[in-house]
Ligand binder design. Structure first.
Ligand SMILES: *[C@@H]1O[C@H](CO)[C@@H](O)[C@H](O)[C@H]1NC(C)=O
Ligand SMILES: *[C@@H]1O[C@H](CO)[C@@H](O)[C@H](O)[C@H]1NC(C)=O
Ligand SMILES: *[C@@H]1O[C@H](CO)[C@@H](O)[C@H](O)[C@H]1NC(C)=O
Ligand SMILES: *[C@@H]1O[C@H](CO)[C@@H](O)[C@H](O)[C@H]1NC(C)=O
Ligand SMILES: *[C@@H]1O[C@H](CO)[C@@H](O)[C@H](O)[C@H]1NC(C)=O
Length: 469
């Protein structure tokens, strides 16, 4: 995911109480704008597990189907979603299902695929999630034909869940570097170096925060990595000690680093970067596409434009359903422009996509290492804390230090893991990760981050795709 909107769990501990006091101060100062209407649901796996009744329209639509309104119901089906990822219908036909963070779920069964966002309503200061209902979603067959619309309702009652919500904080004051923070980071540890980025001062604080991803309603509910099995460990023991898709026997399969600007489009950049590497690997660099994140920001129903989205739904489902286009078919503006992609442009599709490990909740270091080496770069989500914005180089870990000048909330950022290794002197293990903050940031636009301890939740939900080159 991700890069979604700001609602903060009232029981969110350190983060929220700090944010609330800052919000109070800002409200008094009158310098924030509150934007409504875009705070997402907060639904748990346990809410969604169980039996659902699906009401579906006739299966005659194209990929352009408009599911804003549902239409006449032709198919009524019951699907049961069971642990860990097993879906069955009334006739015991089996398929699979997965959560998409706490926002929606996807089912693949009976040669069809269904996706919908979970239903919520926003109030002035809260969002109420109705986790036993969906918004109208999209269904199509395995070959991406015969589209229909559907909604789904759980057969058992799920109590509504109200989450306190800050609404979105558009922090309008200019971003200001915090030299004391940089000094402290460099003093308390030697693993990574921090520096000031004067160029960030052209952004507002809200824009810098949005570059770091979306604020999730319940940061406590991130999945914990699954324990590695003996088989997973045995397979990983056969992998090299280090690997880098930027240099596989001298060949680079990673496209150039880009800059998302002030739009919360990290998920689109990470998704396009994922697909770009996959095309390079599949064609041995005969094709070196750069794909259009603006097409996603402006045109995809599966994301929230500059307010966030999920790599699973973009590198995965959108690229399978609609395909992606070259950058020049809808050049990046970093704004939520209306959709004006050149329809004559050829589109590139994926044939398959999944959460690394198989489903949401099955991720860990071992399955990531294996997917990375065997299938190419994988996109991941991780928590961005204040100190990360000042990363200059080295192996990042969260120092616990806060920026006194800029009241950031913890955000969730989507990026692309392209390699791994370990420091020769200290043995500290790391991932090598491509960011979308330009190549002046970090290590030529990349960063390294501690590996093996789910640092900033980076090992909790990775996504891999298979391209059709
Ligand atoms: C799929 O769509 C075609 C028309 O596009 C239609 O003829 C066919 O009956 C549909 N199949 C199903 C199973 O609805
Ligand atoms: C689906 O489940 C509901 C509630 O258990 C039941 O009333 C209904 O008959 C089922 N529908 C089908 C098509 O099996
Ligand atoms: C789903 O669609 C049916 C048929 O249009 C409608 O009766 C029902 O209220 C809808 N459910 C929800 C939760 O919107
Ligand atoms: C690629 O890796 C090899 C072996 O580690 C190294 O000798 C070479 O300098 C690297 N090439 C680039 C372009 O970094
Ligand atoms: C749209 O794309 C086609 C095919 O790539 C190209 O020939 C045409 O010039 C493009 N049109 C515009 C307005 O860019």
């Amino acid at each position: 995911m991700v890069c979604m909107l700001a609602a903060v769990n009232s029981s969110g501990g350190m983060c929220s109480s700090r944010v609330l006091s800052i919000l109070g101060a800002l409200l008094i100062a009158g310098i924030i704008q509150l934007a409504a209407g875009d705070t997402p649901a907060n639904c748990l796996y346990e809410d969604v597990r169980g039996t659902w009744t699906f009401m579906e329209t006739e299966r005659l639509g194209s990929h352009n189907i408009d599911c804003d309104t549902l239409g006449a119901i032709v198919h009524v089906k019951n699907f049961t979603l069971a642990f860990p990822d097993i879906a069955t219908d009334e006739l015991s036909n089996a398929g699979t299902w997965t959560m998409i963070y706490n926002q929606g779920f996807e089912i693949n069964i009976n040669q069809r695929s269904y996706f919908a966002f979970l239903y919520y309503e926003t109030g002035e200061n809260s969002v109420t999630s109705y986790c036993g209902h969906t918004f109208t979603g999209w269904s199509r067959d395995k070959t991406v034909r015969n589209w229909s619309c559907f909604n789904a309702t759980k057969t058992t009652e799920v109590p509504p869940r109200t989450t306190k919500r800050l609404t979105r904080m558009d922090l309008v004051q200019p971003y200001k570097n915090d030299p004391a923070l940089v000094q402290k980071i460099n003093k308390v540890q030697r693993s990574w170096r921090a520096k000031e980025y004067p160029e960030l001062e052209k952004f507002t604080t809200g824009e810098v925060q949005r570059r770091g991803g979306s604020v999730w309603p319940d940061l406590q509910s991130l999945p914990v990595p699954a324990p590695a099995t003996a088989e997973q460990k045995a397979r990983v023991a056969l992998l090299p000690n280090s690997f880098d898709w930027r240099n596989v026997s001298g060949v680079n399969y990673v496209s150039p680093v880009r800059n998302q600007g002030s739009c919360g489009s990290c998920y689109a950049f990470a998704s396009m970067a994922n697909l770009e590497s996959q095309v390079r690997i599949a064609t041995q660099n005969q094709r070196q596409d750069v794909f259009s994140p603006q097409d996603v920001v402006s045109c995809s129903m599966l994301a929230q434009g500059c307010l966030g989205g999920f790599d699973y739904l973009i590198a995965g489902r959108y690229a399978q359903d609609q395909g992606v286009v070259a950058e020049e078919c809808n050049t990046y503006t970093g704004k939520e422009d209306s959709c004006n992609t050149n329809l004559s442009c050829p589109r590139t599709y994926v044939s398959a996509y999944k959460h690394v490990g198989g489903y949401y909740g099955a991720c860990n270091e071992e399955v990531m290492l294996e997917a990375l080496v065997e299938t190419g770069p994988i996109s991941v989500s991780f928590m961005v804390y204040d100190d990360f914005h000042n990363y200059d180089g080295g192996i990042y870990h969260y120092t616990g230090l806060r920026n006194e000048f800029n009241p950031f909330e913890i955000t969730n950022h989507v990026v692309l893991v392209v390699g791994y290794g370990a420091d020769e002197d200290t043995g500290e293990k790391y991932w090598i990760v491509k960011n979308s903050w330009g190549n002046q940031w970090g290590e030529d636009g990349f960063f390294r981050i501690r590996r093996g301890n789910d640092e900033c939740s980076l090992e909790s939900m990775a996504v891999q795709v298979t391209i059709i080159p």
